[in-house]
Structures are given as structure tokens and as C-alpha cells.
Write a protein that binds this ligand. Structure first.
Ligand SMILES: NC(=O)c1ccc[n+]([C@@H]2O[C@H](COP(=O)([O-])OP(=O)(O)OC[C@H]3O[C@@H](n4cnc5c(N)ncnc54)[C@H](OP(=O)(O)O)[C@@H]3O)[C@@H](O)[C@H]2O)c1
Length: 323
């Protein structure tokens, strides 16, 4: 028997139910993993609440690391005992799991399992946003909303290493200090200050080249006010609620702006993209460009408390569940 956190019916954190289950043998193209660390992500809360539909019952979670314990038919290039990590495969909140072999990547020796579980989804999201959605160039200025969060702390360090001037926002003075300590040039406490006005001031009226906004509903409109003409608004999440644009002429009025709403499925779904991102991410961690901050760990049994903390804006950096 093996433990897993199952969602039978969508709802609040209380629907996360720890249960024993029997894990079968891996099917063709799959591997079995004994998991050592599991990453917590905002998408886990969207799937749990039903905002992002997943067929019930399902095992929650999308990111983890562990050791291969069995190989299904036709799996090449991996062996029992290999340390691997993955993102974007529902079923992570479990002591053991089955997963398609093409979703896992080998973890280099210098990176421990907790670190790997802390960065696969958040770090690969940072990779595609900074390298593919808008390839950030030296000398550009970016704004990152919720810079002290899991994705934010990784991405802002990486953007800085790419030569950008990085402006962040955060919801408390402690979070402001944390984001600054991780390399943001300027961090605005957006619970106290009008961040759009402050961004205009910091950019001497010009505006930033690109805004990365995973906060969503609460910040979207003002994020548009932070952009230079023909700048790009990357709306990549809904931590505060889903964004809607009732009137598209807002984009012309605010500077012939571009808007995109990207997701990992369309940037990391292909194996080559996944491997490229993982290679660059692990290298950036190994060479110290990205220092991984695991703000908190929870036992797998306490997954509901972890969700409450994430949705309650109580966490900083990455959060890891330990099976
Ligand atoms: N599209 C993609 O491919 C993709 C991939 C990964 C993540 N994401 C998105 O990126 C965002 C960040 O994800 P994450 O897992 O790294 O989470 P996170 O940043 O660690 O946590 C979310 C943060 O958002 C801020 N926030 C502002 N208003 C909030 C509200 N009403 N409720 C909750 N949080 C609020 C909080 O920081 P402050 O207190 O500092 O405001 C909070 O800590 C999420 O929207 C997620 O869905 C998208």
C-alpha cells in the first residue's frame, strides 16, 4: 500500500484526502517513482477548487522528484535507481506514483531532490517566460508581480542574470526585503503603494518593456499602465482571480499593447523544449545565478494546510511537501 492525497470532489483545501492505495506496475512507456519531495504550486489549488477541470477522482499535484523503482515496456534511456524530476503531470501528492517516461528528466548530481522538486514547474515556467514568450535582453526593464513567490523568486534572479533591470512587487515589507535580497533592483509593496505610479517614476515616465503578471484580476489593469508603448503584458496566472478584458480597445488606448496568456502545455509539452529548459535551469542553479529558496516544508499529510498557506499569501519562495 502507498499513500496519496486524493480529490474525490472539488472544493476547498478540506477536500484533499490522504488515503492508502495500491499502485500497479508501470504500463508501456511509464516508470514507477518512489517520491522524495513534491513541489507545491498555485495550479494545484486551481485543480482542487475546480477552476481548472480535472476528471475526479484524481491525485493532486503537478511537480516532484524521486527515484525510479520500475520501468514499463519500451522505456529507453532510464534505469531503476535513476534520480529524476518532473512537472506538469497530475498525480504528484503521493509517496509513489506512475508517470510517463517522457515527462521526467534526470537530476544532476549537484542538485538535491528537494531543490529539484522546488524548481521543476516554477523554474521551467520562468524559463519559457523569459526565453520564449519574451526573450529578455540585456538592458531591458521588466516588472514581475509577486516577486517573492515561488515562480517570482526564481524568475527575477534569472532575469537579473540575463542583464535586465528587474522591478518586483510584493505584499509585505518582509517579502519586499526577500525579493531585494534575491536581486530585484526595485521592489514595491503593492499593498501600500500605487505600483503603476511608482513604476512610471522608476522608469522616468517610459514604462517597462514587459510585465509578467501571475497575480491576475487584482493587478491586470494597473499592470497595463506600467508598459511602454507596444510593450507586452504576459498574464500567466490567476492567484487573485481570473482576468477578463471586456473592451479590447483598452490595449490601443494604453499604448498599442500586446497581451498573451501563456501556459506550460504549449511551451514545455514537447520533449526537446522540456530538455532544453531543464538543462538551462539546472545550469543556472549550479552556477549560482539562481539561489533556490525553500520557504517552508509540510508533511504530505498536511497538504491541506499547505494549500491554505499558499492561498492565504503566507508563503515565500518554493514550498515542498515531504512524503
Ligand atoms: N501559466 C503558467 O504556465 C504558469 C506556471 C506556473 C505558475 N503560474 C502562475 O503563477 C502564479 C504564481 O504561482 P506560484 O505557484 O509561484 O505561487 P506564489 O507566487 O508562490 O504564490 C502566489 C502569490 O501571489 C500573490 N497574491 C496576490 N494576490 C493574491 C491573492 N488574492 N491570493 C493569493 N495570492 C495572491 C501573493 O504574493 P504577495 O503577498 O507578495 O502579493 C502570493 O504569495 C500563479 O498565478 C500561478 O497560477 C502559471
Amino acid at each position: 500500500m502507498s499513500r496519496a492525497v486524493i480529490v474525490h470532489q472539488t472544493g476547498g483545501p478540506e477536500v484533499l484526502t490522504l488515503e492508502d492505495r495500491t499502485l500497479g506496475a508501470p504500463g508501456p512507456g511509464q516508470v514507477a517513482l518512489r517520491q522524495t519531495a513534491i513541489g507545491l504550486n498555485f495550479i494545484d489549488t486551481y485543480q482542487r477548487s475546480g477552476l481548472y477541470p480535472v476528471q475526479t477522482p484524481f491525485v493532486a499535484g503537478n511537480e516532484g522528484a524521486g527515484v525510479i523503482t520500475a520501468l514499463g515496456e519500451g522505456v529507453d534511456g532510464l534505469k531503476v535507481g535513476d534520480r529524476v524530476a518532473y512537472q506538469g503531470a497530475v498525480g504528484a501528492y503521493a509517496a509513489e506514483r506512475l508517470i510517463s517516461a517522457d515527462r521526467v528528466v534526470p537530476v544532476p548530481d549537484g542538485i538535491d531532490d528537494r531543490t529539484a522538486a522546488a524548481i521543476m514547474l516554477k523554474g521551467l515556467t520562468a524559463f519559457y517566460l523569459l526565453f520564449k514568450t519574451w526573450p529578455v535582453a540585456k538592458g531591458e526593464t521588466i516588472l514581475w508581480q509577486a516577486a517573492a513567490g515561488g515562480t517570482g523568486l526564481i524568475a527575477t534572479q534569472w532575469a537579473k542574470a540575463l542583464g535586465a533591470t528587474v522591478i518586483g512587487t510584493a505584499g509585505s515589507d518582509e517579502k519586499v526585503a526577500l525579493a531585494k535580497a534575491h536581486g530585484c533592483d526595485h521592489v514595491i509593496n503593492y499593498t501600500k503603494e500605487d505600483f503603476a505610479a511608482r513604476v512610471r517614476e522608476l522608469t522616468e515616465g517610459r514604462g517597462v518593456d514587459v510585465v509578467y503578471d501571475g497575480v491576475g484580476k487584482a493587478t491586470f489593469d494597473k499592470s497595463l499602465d506600467c508598459l511602454r508603448p507596444r510593450g507586452l503584458m504576459v498574464s500567466f496566472g490567476n492567484a487573485s482571480g481570473v482576468v477578463t478584458i471586456p473592451d479590447i480597445t483598452v490595449l490601443s488606448r494604453k499604448g498599442s499593447l500586446y497581451v498573451t496568456r501563456p501556459t506550460t502545455a504549449h511551451y514545455l509539452g514537447n520533449r526537446d523544449d522540456l530538455l532544453e529548459g531543464a538543462r538551462l535551469l539546472f545550469a543556472a542553479v549550479a552556477d549560482g545565478a539562481i539561489k533556490v529558496e525553500i520557504g517552508r516544508t509540510f508533511a504530505l499529510d498536511d497538504a491541506a494546510d499547505a494549500h491554505r498557506a499558499l492561498e492565504g499569501r503566507e508563503t515565500t519562495g518554493s514550498v515542498v511537501l515531504l512524503p
